[in-house]
Design a protein around this ligand. Structure first.
Ligand SMILES: Nc1nc(=O)c2c([nH]1)NC[C@@H]1CN(c3ccc(C(=O)N[C@@H](CCC(=O)O)C(=O)O)cc3)C=[N+]21
Ligand SMILES: [Mg+2]
Length: 300
């Protein structure tokens, strides 16, 4: 193993510290407390754990945290009514509807009912359009976290060849927009891409966001390239004991770390940055809502 390990846990703690400073300043100078509301429909156990840890970190940086837990069979009208009340609540600056939603709910419709100014996930069509045209927007948390780590490690990304594997609206597409915004030459690869190994071998920056455990082996990586592993896949790990699991990324870590210049681990890479960026976006949304200058270093 020769790669520099980009420690997302340490970086995320630093970002949360900056958010806490900004929240402290808002309170001291303007008596404003940013508020984040998380809406969870259904009882997916993984989502519950994740929502709990978000709530804890929200409070730790000094923000107000609100959770709405709705039954799995909640009607679309009832969910839209909850979102409407949060849109109209002046103490709430950020709204996150945990995805995926149960099948009977129209995800696009629900997301697009969030006030775009409070859309801290950056999934509303108006934020997607603003990002795509280089205008000020709310930027999706996972790609924003990846961008922060890349900028921190490289300084300028200008002229670098970046390959994003995965074309989701949540990660792949906004990641590509952000890299383009930082003047990378960007390729978006996906399940139908021809000669994927050769495409990846050209890249100075590889962002893997497909959701397939360890699908990118080290021999696809150009020596010295930077590898950002967005995947969080839970595999059975009987070697750790009955019923135990382990987390792996979309990249085969050991083989990739042997050739990469820098790499993010799983866990402890992109995941913690996603939550830190959610808090950063909530602070940004609160500043914008109050006509105040935005925090530095926490936006794209
Ligand atoms: N509207 C919406 N926005 C989201 O941002 C969103 C969502 N829905 N639905 C679920 C996914 C998942 N997600 C994670 C964020 C952080 C970790 C994280 O911090 N993971 C730790 C490991 C945690 C563990 O041990 O399980 C790590 O990678 O180190 C994981 C998963 C955000 N999501
Ligand atoms: Mg695909």
């Amino acid at each position: 193993m020769s790669a520099h390990i980009i420690d997302g846990k340490v970086f995320a703690a630093k970002v949360r510290g900056l958010v806490a400073d900004g929240v402290g300043k808002l309170k001291a100078e303007h008596d404003i407390v940013p508020g984040l509301a998380v809406v969870l429909v259904g009882e997916d156990p993984a989502s519950q754990v994740y929502v709990r840890s978000k709530g804890k970190m929200t409070v730790e940086v000094g923000m107000k945290s609100v959770e709405h837990r709705l039954e799995a069979d909640t009607s679309e009208a009832d969910l839209l009514a909850v979102i409407k009340s949060l849109n109209e609540d002046p103490s709430i600056h950020g709204i996150l509807v945990q995805l995926p939603l149960p099948k009977h709910l129209n995800e696009d419709l629900v997301i697009n009912s969030i006030d775009p100014a409070k859309d801290v996930d950056g999934f509303h069509i108006s934020n997607v359009g603003l990002l795509g045209t280089g205008q000020k927007s709310m930027v999706p948390c996972t790609p924003l976290g990846c961008l922060m780590m890349l900028r921190d490690y490289h300084g300028s990304l200008s002229g670098m060849d970046a390959v994003v594997i995965g074309r989701s609206n949540i990660v792949g597409k906004p990641m590509a927009q952000l890299l383009l915004g930082d003047s990378c030459t960007v390729t978006i690869a996906h399940s139908r891409t021809k000669d994927l190994p050769d495409v990846v071998r050209r890249a100075d920056i590889v962002v893997a966001a497909v959701g397939r455990p360890e699908m990118v082996p080290g021999d696809w990586i150009k020596p010295g390239a930077t590898v950002i592993d967005v995947g969080i896949n839970r595999l059975d790990a009987p070697e750790k004991g009955e019923g135990k699991t382990r987390l792996v990324g979309d990249v085969h870590y050991e083989s990739a770390a042997a050739v990469a210049g820098a790499i993010t681990p799983v866990p402890g890479g992109v995941g913690p940055m996603t939550i830190a960026c959610l808090l950063a976006n909530t602070l940004t949304a609160c500043c914008r809502a109050n006509g105040l200058s935005e925090p530095e270093g926490l936006t794209a």
